[in-house]
Design a protein around this ligand. Structure first.
Ligand code: 5GP
Length: 211
């Protein structure tokens, strides 16, 4: 069975707090784009820590993406492919084209697993930015993307991110884990039991490091 890592609301809060310091040192976001549903809560917490006194809050836009396994019926032996579908996208009646062009955009999700979702998000958002820049005649302006996730699983990735994101350090994972299943508090049906399991996780880690 896949190992489970239980994460509490306090853990998420503290990971966002610590990540905000790191992000602000490297990147000044003008807009956050949360990938739903896992990116919504971290994005909202992060916004509190990114806010500078006297400056307005950084706006948060939401996109919804779902990952579907695509089985090839003609050849069931073939390894299933993966397809991302949009359940929600930027609302262009709320987001002005000028909000995208030449701006620093922070993409927020809860976990980078196979990276398929993040690859799709960056690719599609970059297309929208390019089209907006063309329409506005501002193609020379650079829009930068930065990715924040709570957890990155250290495993071979199917998705690929542009070199400038990975090598230019426009990527930050608050924690790197093995190939575990991350259990987030907003998915819990019994939050007290969830917190108990999280405490048990922490105790095991403390015991292991003291031996
Ligand atoms: P990807 O494989 O594209 O990196 O991740 C796709 C999505 O699968 C994530 O945004 C997340 O919703 C879900 N997912 C992947 N791994 C985990 C995990 O360990 N825990 C939870 N709760 N969701 C996960």
């Amino acid at each position: 069975m896949v190992e489970r890592l239980y994460i509490t609301y306090n853990d998420v809060h503290k990971l966002c707090q610590q990540a905000a310091e790191h992000i602000l040192a490297e990147f000044k976001p003008h807009l956050m784009i949360a990938i739903g549903g896992g990116g919504y809560v971290p994005a909202r917490i992060l916004r509190s820590f990114l806010k500078k006194p006297g400056s307005p809050n950084i706006p948060i836009q939401a996109i919804g993406l779902s990952l579907y396994e695509q089985l090839n019926e003609a050849d069931p032996e073939e390894i299933p492919g993966t397809k991302v579908t949009r359940t929600q996208w930027l609302d262009f009646s709320a987001v002005k084209q000028s909000d995208l062009v030449g701006k620093n955009i922070l993409i927020v999700d809860e976990v980078d697993d196979t990276r398929t979702t993040l690859q799709y998000a960056v690719q599609e958002l970059a297309k929208d930015v390019k089209e907006a820049a063309k329409r506005m005649g501002r193609e020379e302006e650079e829009t930068k993307f930065y990715i924040f996730v709570l957890h990155n699983k250290d495993k071979p990735k199917k998705g690929v991110l542009p070199k400038n994101i990975i090598s230019g350090q426009q990527y930050y994972a608050a924690k790197t884990t093995g190939d575990v299943w991350c259990c987030y508090p907003w998915e819990a049906t019994d939050i007290d039991e969830h917190d108990r399991l999280a405490a048990e996780n922490k105790q095991k880690l403390a015991d292991a490091s003291s031996h």
